[in-house]
Design a protein around this ligand. Structure first.
Ligand code: ATP
Ligand code: MG
Length: 424
């Protein structure tokens, strides 16, 4: 009865961990994190997770099928997964179950092969013997529909012989890969409203990093809609985190930005603005035990992303700076952003502080000496201290629904109003 229930009422997905297997003694730590991440994602569904040292089996009701599959595609550390059928270790029952499933699955003649894997070393047949024994039984029942082709089959039927059951499946789907959420330390992603930095956030999460987001805003010099855009990006990014929550720090820099525009020569405006961003991000990291700054710079993309520029800009910070997209082509970055569904948000037309008042001839080889000279023209330390005091954070989830632009003319004004109304 239990077997019937399992076969016909519950659906099962087998989850593989891939690279995690390489992690030796730490494997338990990684698998616990992955388990908790899957548990968090599926906690409001019928799903239960059965844990094995090398696999998870997720049992769920038909009605949750789409939800479960979508959720698995958002979880770092999952190498691949398959929808499986569970059957008995008795080869005759196993064969007759498979025949029933195949009869429903195949509507026209096709080629196929059988592959078997045996993790249950007590089982009385080797993998090869199992395939050779079961194949004739299946073929004799479906001889008009199935033809063996071991080199190029249209259908591959894979058996996994485990301790309590045999599982079989026809397809494997790729997961995100990488490592489980929160397994690789914490980073601070500088998030603009562009295409690159959301992709960077995704790649960092995929590799198991825990991240906070850091967005510099310059209202009223820049429109508040640019912050709405960043919130929408953060909503998408939050889906790839451990518990679908992400801390978005919004950093108001309009006074500092104005001082730069007033005092710094045109060709150095971007260089100095970005040096200030790194100084601020670096202090935030030190105060909050964050191990690195991550940004979406890509070599040669714009004037501030030549090697000389990057050197001059990042020399103000001792914090480790990671640039996951450094060597990526824009086309490849765009492809990822389409896949993760940030692209359409990123291309909305609102300027942020790095794209407004951009000089016509920015220095492509800015140096440290000239930068220091420009910075000596105004008291940036006091302005930075002010910025640091005014950083506000918002916890973003996929269902965050307010728009900053509806609550005020500057970010700080809107933030206060949202807080008063209990929306934060
Ligand atoms: P695009 O996709 O248009 O290139 P971008 O976000 O990469 O957008 P860049 O001007 O290339 O914009 O900036 C390089 C990196 O600097 C960004 O990827 C981001 O990490 C950081 N950055 C730029 N502007 C901001 C900002 N307003 N707040 C936080 N980080 C920013
Ligand atoms: Mg860029």
């Amino acid at each position: 009865m239990l077997l019937l229930y399992n076969n016909y009422m519950k659906h099962i997905i087998l989850v593989r961990f891939g690279e995690l297997v390489l992690k030796g003694k730490n494997i338990k730590f990684f698998i616990n994190l992955l388990y908790d991440n899957i548990y968090n994602k599926l906690r409001n569904t019928s799903a239960t997770i059965e844990r094995h040292h090398d696999r998870f089996f997720i049992h769920y009701d038909e009605k949750d099928s789409d939800f479960v599959v979508n959720a698995l595609q958002e979880i770092p550390g999952i190498h691949s997964y398959s929808k499986v059928y569970q059957t008995s270790l008795d080869i005759n029952i196993c064969a007759s179950d498979t025949v029933k499933v195949l009869q429903e699955k195949i509507d026209k003649p096709t080629t196929f092969k059988i592959e078997s894997k045996r993790s249950n070393k007590e089982f009385y047949l080797t993998s090869l013997e199992f395939s050779r024994t079961i194949a004739p039984i299946i073929l004799s029942n479906l001889n008009s529909k199935l033809h063996v082709d071991v080199h190029n089959p249209l259908l591959t039927l894979t058996y996994e012989i485990r301790n309590d059951f045999i599982y079989y499946y026809f397809d494997s789907f790729q997961g995100l890969g990488g490592f489980p959420s929160k397994s690789s330390g914490k980073g601070l992603v500088m998030l603009s409203g562009g295409i690159d930095s959301p992709v960077c956030s995704f790649l960092s999460l995929k590799q198991g990093m825990d991240i906070e987001l850091f967005h510099f805003e310059s209202s009223p010099l820049t429109p508040l809609e640019s912050i709405d855009k960043v919130i929408d990006l953060a909503k998408v990014i939050s889906k790839y985190t451990f518990n679908e929550k992400i801390k978005l720090n919004i950093v108001p820099i309009s006074n500092l930005h104005s001082a730069i525009l007033e005092n710094v020569k045109d060709s150095y405006i971007i260089t100095i603005l970005r040096r200030m961003m790194y100084r601020i991000a670096s202090v935030y990291c030190i105060k909050n035990d964050i191990l690195c700054i991550i940004n979406g710079e890509s070599l040669g993309q714009v004037a501030s992303q030549t090697l000389q520029s990057m050197n001059t800009i990042s020399s103000v910070s001792n914090t480790l700076i990671l640039r996951p997209l450094l060597t990526y082509d824009k086309q490849d970055i765009m492809k990822i952003s389409r896949n993760i569904k940030t692209y359409d948000i990123s291309i909305r037309p609102f300027n942020d502080c790095c794209s407004i008042y951009v000089p016509t001839h920015p220095a492509t080889k800015p140096d440290i000496k000239n930068s220091l000279e420009e910075e000596s023209k105004f008291d940036y330390n006091t302005l930075i201290a002010d910025v640091l005091r005014n950083i506000k954070h918002i916890t973003i989830t996929p269902s965050t629904s307010f728009k900053i632009s509806e609550y005020g003319l500057t970010f700080l004004e809107a933030f206060e109003e949202l807080r008063k109304q209990g929306l934060l």
